[in-house]
Design a protein. Structure first.
Lengths: 263, 259
């Protein structure tokens, strides 16, 4: 097997592993549109990274986190409904990113690579970022697992029981920002949310506990990445979208099977 | 604060923007006492409870809590998304560091021990309330706060639930603060009734209140057909600014008069 295929597979697996548990939170907390908005802002992060010569990954994470903070403070002021606000921020940050990239005429940024991912172009340095970032995310998730579950069940109940709700919520946003930054290489800005939510939604079909759902989501994600990459190699289709199609097929299969929901 | 006093609220005011939702409320919650909050919709009952829980900050006035007060809270309704796979056991486990024995004990004290392995999504309204109560008990609370505990529970279940709350108070020797619409049902198990309509309209021991002729007018006769409906009378009315205007014909009691 060619080196780039191994790198692609390892990178995809790394991202799928962290996307499982975080994607579960995105599904439970109905944050799909929120994740989309953060992902769309990633291109702006790239543009800023080019402009100020910052590491792209760092630039994307900071951009996501700043956007999340702005979002939370605007949400509190209740100027418009949250979904309207998310729509405005998602598309304007994507457009701002596209305009900014176009204005940087001395640097060529391959837009397609960022919008739809370039799994086959993953380098060992990218792998390092994926696994280092992924390890930090997993560690934090493991440490914060119970409070995260508690605020997902009910934020007021959690606060009365002594959970620092605001800090935990911010931590979750930060984690989603990191995952977006590392997943961008694999499926691209426009398809990141699908990698978060489709395996998690499929896993719901099989899971009877939150932990099970997170683990199943990771495993289903790994299978989707492998299948997608295999299809991409043999059918010469784009890798990122092929992974998403594989995840969709899993989802459809699982939901058409007669499985009784136990919890 | 005295030994038995767990929470003391002094001249509490809470504003939402320009709107004053809690006005000049003072009360105290004592160990072993059940306090019931009643009042019409929009009277600020839930707001007051949230202030007691520390979820809302007062605009003015003070809330003094006993140091390291352990509060068990049972919210009015708990909506858990159906995408969240959760058994009763796992739900109780997110509450505190509790062993299976503690969980079974708590479920036993609410008579719901058979539910441990069930999905929370399959519970009936009454079963869910019991599980929520069990979760609040897991914290071995000194103060138990219940926001309309009987919501979605049928009338027989309600009587049972209020008896259960009284038993829990005896068992845990905790203070109980609850919101209720079901006056007749809670009367027997309540030490202090507070009638709230942004401010405290009247309050007192139920027997004390019930010896007052205006009590019948205010709460109706237990068991009569206006069980669910009660008419609300005051010794004052509110003008269009929400200010309190005493009524001229008010005479014999602090609960009498006309609204």
């Amino acid at each position: 097997m060619a080196d780039f295929l191994i790198f692609a597979l390892l990178g995809g697996i790394g991202v799928a592993l962290v996307a499982g548990p975080l994607g579960s939170f995105v599904v439970w907390r109905r944050m799909a549109y929120f994740g989309d908005t953060l992902a769309h802002s990633a291109l702006l992060g790239i543009a800023i990274g080019v402009l100020f010569d910052i590491n792209f990954n760092l630039a994307v994470v900071s951009c996501c986190v700043i956007l999340a903070l702005i979002l939370v403070s605007l949400q509190r002021q209740r100027i418009v409904a949250t979904d309207t606000l998310l729509g405005i921020m998602a598309h304007s940050s994507l457009s701002l990113g596209l305009v900014a990239v176009a204005l940087l005429d001395d640097v060529r940024v391959d837009l397609m690579e960022y919008l739809f991912g370039d799994l086959l172009a993953i380098t060992p340095t990218d792998l390092l970022w994926i696994y280092a970032g992924g390890a930090i995310v997993m560690l934090l998730l493991w440490r914060l697992w119970n409070p995260l579950l508690a605020i997902t069940i009910n934020e007021e109940l959690a606060q009365v029981e002594g959970v620092p709700v605001t800090r935990i919520r911010l931590a979750l946003m930060l984690l989603i920002g990191v995952v977006i930054a590392i997943a961008m290489k694999v499926v691209g800005i426009l398809l990141i949310t699908s990698l978060l939510i489709i395996p998690a939604a499929s896993a719901r079909r099989l899971a009877t506990s939150p932990e099970q759902m997170a683990i199943f989501a990771s495993l289903l994600g790994v299978v989707a990445v492998s299948l997608g990459l295999y299809a991409s190699w043999h059918l010469d289709t784009p890798a990122g979208p092929s992974v998403v199609v594989a995840a969709l097929v899993q989802f459809l299969l699982l939901y058409s099977l007669p499985i009784r929901r136990a919890a | 604060m005295s030994q038995t006093e767990l929470i003391k609220i002094d001249q509490l005011n809470i504003n939402f923007g320009e709107n004053r939702v809690i006005s000049d409320v003072s009360l105290s919650l004592k160990r072993g006492e059940i306090t019931t909050l009643i009042g019409p919709n929009g009277a600020g009952k839930t707001t007051l409870v949230k202030a007691v829980l520390g979820l809302l900050n007062p605009s003015s006035g003070t809330i003094t809590r006993n140091e390291a007060l352990r509060i068990g809270y049972m919210p009015q309704k708990l909506h858990i998304d159906t995408t969240f796979p959760l058994t009763v056991e796992r739900f109780l486990k997110t509450a505190a560091f509790s062993g299976t024995d503690d969980q079974l004990d708590a479920l036993r004290s609410v008579k719901a021990e058979t539910l441990l392995k069930q999905s929370v999504h399959s519970l009936s309204g009454g079963e869910m309330q019991r599980v929520l109560l069990a979760r609040a008990l897991l914290r071995k609370p000194e103060l138990l706060v219940l926001d309309e505990p009987a919501q979605g529970v049928d009338i027989n279940g309600q009587v049972e639930l209020y008896n259960l709350i009284a038993r829990i108070r005896d068992q845990y020797n905790c203070a109980v603060l609850m919101i209720s619409h079901d006056l007749h049902l809670v009367m027997a198990a309540t030490d202090q009734v507070i009638c709230l309509n942004r401010h405290i309209c009247c309050s007192g021991h139920p027997e004390q209140v019930s010896s007052d002729p205006s009590y019948i007018e205010l709460f109706g006769v237990p068991g009569s057909e206006n069980l669910a409906l009660y008419s609300h009378h005051h010794n004052h009315q509110h003008n269009e600014h929400g200010d309190i205007v005493p009524l001229a014909e008010d005479q014999h009691s602090n609960c009498g008069g006309h609204h």
